[in-house]
Ligand binder design. Sequence first.
Ligand SMILES: [Fe+2]
Ligand SMILES: [Fe+2]
Length: 211
Amino acid sequence: MPALPSVDELIVAFDKGLRTVFAPAQSMRPVPGEELAGRELSEPQRTHSAALMRVNHTGEICAQALYQGQALTARNPQAKAALERAAQEESEHLAWAERRIAELGGRKSLLNPAWYAGSFALGALAGLLGDRWNLGFLAETERQVVEHLEGHLARLPAGDARSRAIVEKMKDDEARHATTAIEHGASELPQPAKDAMRLSSKLMTETAYWI
Ligand SMILES: [Fe+2]
Ligand SMILES: [Fe+2]
């Protein structure tokens, strides 16, 4: 049986959550595509790019929340370490998306606190189910994120080289996160669980494009 988190762990998790949602994210690695100029974007293209990057930013908020939730309830030290490493890269993705939104003159989603809370609860629940399912949930999340990012590469304006470079790099990282989870012994989730995940991420991506 997994042990329930202590009050201290809950306080640390709550603090991380507040920082993720409200404080600017930092990146150790350089922002991908920083050196690229890209073509001049028209006003509608700029608005569209900013909206897509807002969706990706909210996706990274959710990823942070899932990983923090999972790490809180996961008890296997190896699984915990893998989750924490992935979470570190996700916080860089968060920083990259945030910066690109600002460059495009856009804004972050107003619903991020709610998305964080929901994803955190989901992650904590996955952690309580034990490591194989926890990692299985991680692997499936990352696979779906890779598909989603491929969709964004098709939708982003061809001239928006900077956003495209960020999304490309995120996609590489997410694919690696999925592989790591599988190597650590992830179970394959049942199809209804995968479908439910797809449905909830669709709800998030379609809402965050506008709000
Ligand atoms: Fe990410
Ligand atoms: Fe990831």
